[in-house]
Design a protein around this ligand. Sequence first.
Ligand code: CMC
Length: 437
Amino acid sequence: MSKKYEKKISSEKATLTIGDKSFEFPIYGGSTGPDVIDISTLYRDTNMFTYDPGFTSTASCESAITYIDGDKGELLYRGYPIEQLAEKSDFLEVSYLLLNGELPSEAEKSKFTHDITYHTMVHEQLNRFFGGFRRDAHPMAIMCGVIGAMSAFYHDSTDINDPNQRRVASYRLIAKMPTIAAMTYKYSTGQPFVYPRNDLNYAENFLYMTFGVPTCEEYVVNPILADAMDKIFILHADHEQNASTSTVRLAGSSGANPFACIAAGIASLWGPAHGGANEACLKMLYEIGTVENIPKYIAKAKDKNDPFRLMGFGHRVYKNFDPRAKVLQQAAHEVLEELGVNDPMLEVARELERIALEDEYFIEKKLYPNVDFYSGIILKAMGFPTEMFTVLFALARTVGWISQWGEMIKDPKQKIGRPRQLFIGESTRDYIDIGKR
Ligand code: CMC
């Protein structure tokens, strides 16, 4: 049973004065972080909407899952610092924590691991979907389609009002994402799909399905790489109300089934400002090419008339080091050393980070490396093509999406998400016949 969390209602009220009228709004406090002003009656009382493009000042829900302190550079899953989880926990334990609110006991962990593990295979007919895609399709395009198509296969877990069906859908998504992600890779290389092996742990099994080949050759999972993979999954598992999570919540607010909602989240994650940044970051490092070229690119990033941005830098919430980037910087060294890879891009990345952190523009705007800055270097060294990077992000984020979706469904105050607008287009005008235009 997860704890019941309640907001605190402040004795103070926020007052809004428009002309000679004043309106009062309740203020709520969370367990930590900024208070919020409840403006849900604003339209009714004032006939006005709030205007907040990009939701920079808007809390869209109550949540007890993940907390970020952007100024301190702190990320907590259910209260536990990400650094501790990355060092001491494993991805399935973190998944249990995100879904249920508490770390599992030994018995709970073993049951959860068993339950997830025994959902890893996908319906055999789902395999045929892949043949409909071009071999050179972007794997995120395939992910959007195939995960959405799960709604057509698992009818017994699409009733969102049944807690057991919600649980089974969550388990299926967490369990089958690695299988489907590995299949997208296999499809692009023309190799046969590899069925899951339930004697391997979550990260090992994913590496096996991705890089192993059926029967002709044994694939032995390197424990250091499996460990780094598991860390990457933990670091990407949730990040409160980011664009893709908010997309999942908004899609789910209409009562859509969880498979369709996660497909919507995958679509949102794909963009280069969000999960696509790791792919874009590695491409950028290659474009920069050498340490000597860095100043030219720093100047481009600072030039208002140039759309170029330093990929893997900056964050809507973090105005300090992204704590995930710190863990990955260390992991990048371990993986490259283990594989004996001498990637000049690591040197370019380190020097770029050093120069940017000393530059007045980046200091003033509080632009620090984010999670995507080092993840690409690790993933490339492990053998993943750049197109797969965002797929791995989606794989790991699925547990966060589904936890947030489940929290929303259980929230008695939940209603369909429906933002309003400041309309600036034409007002009413009469239709003009085509010959008279
Ligand atoms: N390079 C150069 N300038 C930047 C960068 C950057 N990477 N990021 C922000 N700025 C500047 C921006 O030009 C703006 O300057 P000004 O105030 O003079 O107009 C200022 O900093 C604020 O930027 P913003 O776009 O208003 O900030 P935002 O909160 O809307 O955007 C962001 C956040 C992550 C989209 C943005 O920092 C960015 O595009 N970064 C590069 C892409 C990236 O690495 N994304 C991964 C985010 S972490 C993983 C995830 O959560 O998906």
